[in-house]
Design a protein around this ligand. Structure first.
Ligand SMILES: C[S@@+](CC[C@H](N)C(=O)[O-])C[C@H]1O[C@@H](n2cnc3c(N)ncnc32)[C@H](O)[C@@H]1O
Ligand code: SF4
Length: 433
């Protein structure tokens, strides 16, 4: 008897079966079904028994593994967003797209986007994320080793000194699996140059155990999005009835008592959550007075701010709540200055208008721009795109978002001529000509 134990493959996080169809959970939030066309197999949880002559059994084993690889490459689906998910690995470059990979903007920060897709459906979401997205058609997941290997190259290119790896993205960064391993590997790379690792999150998938593990892994800061304290308003903003603000506040308190710096990041939606926005600021100020964290950011030699106030903006492919008024930053900063003064009168010093300097962000060597805007290049179309009308091309070690296509599936595998429309920060957008 020959056995194939699927639990030895890290990406396979659960195995079920329905007769001869394997139902695999991949990296916790993805699923794929694989039909096994061999009669000699018996499936028992993650163990597949193969009743055949050893030579044939070995061939069946290889056959099953090939079928699994093929299915992951072609039929992976997110259990969270229900969208098709592309597993990104070599040779797809990790620079060029905003949905996955690495982004550097000529600073000492490298944005790390291991995946996209979100469990919430915030009514204001700049990237129209969540299950009910009207614009997103595919999700992407980047292989851990491939992501880390490319991160290291980029950190080295930037001189690996005082680098911040920031986990953010079009979705919920904490849904990446294995998150703790990712953080640990990035910390390992950055700590040689006194750098840090930070993460933006909506907090919904954090629990005490995960926070303990992230603390152990060396995560420096969590930027936690909280936009209202009132249960009803919080649910309404998140676009989900099961959003539980009490749980998020409990998580905030737990982080505040850990070695991970807590930054609360409320978003002002003028005319929608004005009062709640102020209540979140009051909550953060009170928490900071009650529970003192003394975590020094090696990039500044100081504590990070407790608050990172944000103003809701309108994005072309984002969501905009009907009743929201659009403010400019001048008006927003005026409001924050007023709040700062009110606190001052009470003897409390709070910084509500933060600048990149407060986080140790400074200019750093940029990656070269391989394309000029307006230039016409040849790119190989390798994948379907993130939004309707988009495919992904590859040229000169960059991914190119080729937009305004109307025959996406026909283009995949072809080499096309592309006019470059954008190259800023090595986020490359072009159109097929
Ligand atoms: C796009 S989210 C991704 C990370 C994570 N899902 C979260 O919400 O924290 C990153 C940050 O952008 C903020 N954001 C979302 N939509 C926005 C908008 N329209 N204008 C300004 N900020 C926005 C969120 O509140 C969050 O703090
Ligand atoms: S703002 Fe963040 S939490 Fe809300 S839907 Fe967008 S990505 Fe998800």
């Amino acid at each position: 008897m020959t056995y194939l134990d699927l639990s030895q493959y890290r990406m396979i996080t659960d195995v079920k079966n329905k007769d001869n169809t394997l139902i695999l959970e991949i990296n916790k939030i993805y699923g794929v079904e694989v039909e096994i066309p061999y009669e000699e197999v018996e499936i028992n949880d993650s163990i597949i028994k193969i009743n055949a002559h050893p030579k044939r059994a070995e061939n069946i084993k290889i056959g099953i593994l090939n079928l699994i690889s093929y299915s992951i490459a072609n039929n992976l689906k997110s259990k969270i967003t229900k969208r098709k998910t592309v597993y990104i690995n070599e040779p797809i470059p990790l620079i060029g797209h905003t949905a996955f990979g690495l982004i550097e903007r000529g600073r000492n920060i490298i944005q790390v986007r291991g995946h996209c897709g979100c469990n919430l459906n915030c009514i204001f979401c700049s990237v129209d994320e969540g299950e009910y997205s009207k614009t997103r058609k595919n999700d992407y997941y980047v292989d851990l080793e491939y992501l880390v290997e490319n991160y290291k190259k980029m950190a080295d290119f930037k001189g690996n000194k005082f680098i911040e790896a920031h986990l953010d993205g079009q979705g919920e960064p904490a849904l990446y699996y294995p998150l703790v391993d990712l953080v640990q590997e990035l910390v390992e790379i950055n700590k040689k140059g006194n750098g840090i690792v930070s993460m933006q999150t909506n907090g919904t998938v954090l629990d005490y155990k995960l926070i303990d593990e992230l603390e152990e892994a060396g995560l420096h800061r969590i930027n936690l999005s909280i936009n209202a304290l009132d249960e009803k308003v919080a649910k309404m903003l998140s676009g989900r009835r099961d959003y539980n603000i009490e749980k998020i506040l409990d998580i905030a308190e737990y982080i505040k008592n850990s070695k991970i710096h807590l930054l609360i990041a409320p978003l002002l939606l003028p005319n929608i959550n004005d009062e709640e926005f102020k209540k979140v600021i009051d909550y953060a100020v009170d928490l900071d007075l009650r529970v003192k964290q003394n975590i020094i950011n090696p990039l500044t030699g100081k504590r990070d701010p407790i608050l990172g106030c944000q103003l809701c903006r309108v994005y072309q492919l984002g969501r905009k709540p009907k009743k929201m008024k659009v403010w400019d930053f001048e008006k927003f900063y005026d409001l924050l200055r007023r709040y700062e003064l009110e606190y001052k009168k009470k003897g409390i010093d709070v910084k509500l208008i933060t600048s990149p300097k407060d986080f140790g962000t400074h200019r750093r060597k940029r990656l070269p721009y391989p394309f000029k805007v307006g230039e016409v290049i040849k790119a190989k179309v390798v994948l379907d795109g993130r939004v309707k009308g988009e495919v992904l091309g590859v040229a000169k070690d960059r991914v190119i978002q080729i937009i305004n296509c109307n025959n996406e599936q026909n283009l995949i595998g072809k080499t096309v001529k592309v006019r470059i429309l954008r190259n800023k920060d090595n986020i490359i957008v072009g159109e097929s000509i």
